[in-house]
Design a protein around this ligand. Structure first.
Ligand SMILES: Nc1ncnc2c1ncn2[C@@H]1O[C@H](COP(=O)(O)OP(=O)(O)OP(=O)(O)O)[C@@H](O)[C@H]1O
Length: 230
């Protein structure tokens, strides 16, 4: 079951030579269950840092991050990444080159019994329109197909929340536009709560239910971009 995300008064900081260097301050937003939130903003404003904190790779210095009823992060609490039920599709989390599309999707499902695991892999590859590509290796797939396998891999363990960091930035214009529309359809079909980070305003409008722009670690205007149910 996917869950709503609530961030309240979050402060994030890196350790620097002269003590803590605050990157994000007073940051609050909510994404309803099954909705897609999008953070826009120029390079260096702190978008990736926010996603890393939601995933559990950066501690909260103040404020809180909640997923449904679970407190993930606060100044006093830090649930480790593997216990957060948060899926990721980050640029640096590329596909494993030595594994087929089938095995990439199955990677996070190793604890499942084999029959269920096979069924889930088949379901996820079908969801992203790649049922015929199961035995292909990443280098035998186009950039857009690789990103669809990465999406299937991220969705396979049924995360409560999916994080997407510039997932389309390596694709050419036409592929990018097509995939953005497809990804929205796939996420809505899965009822998946998701949080996307991008530089690209058109992409944000095409995908998001809620969006806001970050400037120097602060979020301005977290607003609904669609009518409920659209
Ligand atoms: N590990 C780190 N240690 C210290 N400072 C960091 C670290 N990672 C990021 N920063 C700094 O934090 C700020 C925000 O970086 P972040 O990657 O969150 O920005 P961004 O908005 O995602 O940028 P981009 O769109 O270029 O990815 C930048 O000034 C960056 O230099």
């Amino acid at each position: 079951m996917t869950a709503p995300l609530h961030i309240e008064g979050l402060r994030l900081a890196y350790d620097g030579a002269h003590g803590l260097h605050t990157i994000v301050e007073g940051f609050s937003l909510s994404v309803a269950q099954g909705h897609i939130g999008c953070l826009l903003g120029p390079s260096g404003c702190g978008k990736t840092t926010v996603l890393r904190a939601i995933a559990g790779f950066e501690p909260a210095r103040a404020g809180s991050i909640r997923l449904g009823d679970t407190l993930l992060s606060s100044a006093a609490t830090h649930l480790p990444p593997e216990r957060r039920r948060v899926g990721m599709m980050f640029q640096e989390y590329a596909l494993f080159p030595h594994l087929t599309a089938h095995d990439n999707v199955g990677f996070g499902l190793r604890r499942m019994a084999p029959p269920e695991r096979e069924a889930r892999i088949a379901e996820m590859l079908a969801l992203v329109g790649l049922a015929d590509a199961a035995r292909r290796y990443p280098h035998e797939l186009s950039g857009g197909q690789q990103q669809r396998v990465a999406l299937a891999r991220a969705l396979a363990p049924s995360p409560d929340l999916l994080l997407l960091d510039e997932p389309f930035s390596n694709l050419d214009g036409a592929t990018r536009e097509r995939l953005v529309a497809e990804v929205r359809t796939i996420l809505r079909a899965a009822g998946q709560t998701a949080m996307l980070v991008t530089h690209n305003e058109a992409e944000a409008h095409a995908l998001a239910d809620h969006m806001g722009t970050m400037h120097a670690g602060k979020l301005a205007h977290w607003t609904a971009t669609r009518q409920p149910g659209a």
